[in-house]
Design a protein around this ligand. Sequence first.
Ligand SMILES: O=P(O)(O)OC[C@H]1O[C@H](OP(=O)(O)OP(=O)(O)O)[C@H](O)[C@@H]1O
Ligand SMILES: Nc1ncnc2[nH]cnc12
Length: 186
Amino acid sequence: MSTYKDKDQDPRLHGIKTKIRVVPNFPKFGIMFQDITTLLLDPKAFKDTIDLFVERYKGKNISVVAGIEARGFIFGPPIALAIGAKFVPLRKPKKLPGKVISQEYILEYGRDCLEMHVGAVEAGERVLVVDDLIATGGTLCAAMDLLERVGAEVVECACVIELPELKGRERLNGKPLYVLVEYFEI
Ligand SMILES: O=P(O)(O)OC[C@H]1O[C@H](OP(=O)(O)OP(=O)(O)O)[C@H](O)[C@@H]1O
Ligand SMILES: Nc1ncnc2[nH]cnc12
């Protein structure tokens, strides 16, 4: 049996999790793909998602929301606008036109890399890192490494979904992670 478990009792969380479609065996056999495109089709559930993050981060003196390509680009910008922060895209290789710093990371199979424009984030800035999902945690780790290399302070990582069985949270070296829903395969 697979299921989502509520993080807390906020009734908006139930609506959000019912809108996430789980697609078995995509993109390969054995993966239970968490499809957030169905959440985006429901304006209330999408707005509730953004509102929950905004309620948590408003007034926390965060000047940067860093969103991870691709799905962090969906949730990050509305959060940034609502809390009065700038949005900084962390992109896959060779997409950003300016001077970049790069951080490689290990995936379950193979390697990938994230890049950030030099000068987009300054030393001492307080940053929220946003993505749709944490699985093994490799992507969020690379994002935090990039930001910390330029002297920024990562306040927290925020994701819509966590796959706790993959233990990604343990790879974050104690950095706080806030998620709205957890998905368990058993
Ligand atoms: O915790 P991890 O094991 O690192 O996995 C999480 C990452 O995987 C997915 O992105 P993906 O790499 O599939 O890229 P995409 O959003 O460009 O499709 C997801 O959107 C996260 O960014
Ligand atoms: N199960 C999953 N669903 C969606 N995106 C993912 N990225 C890594 N694992 C994933």
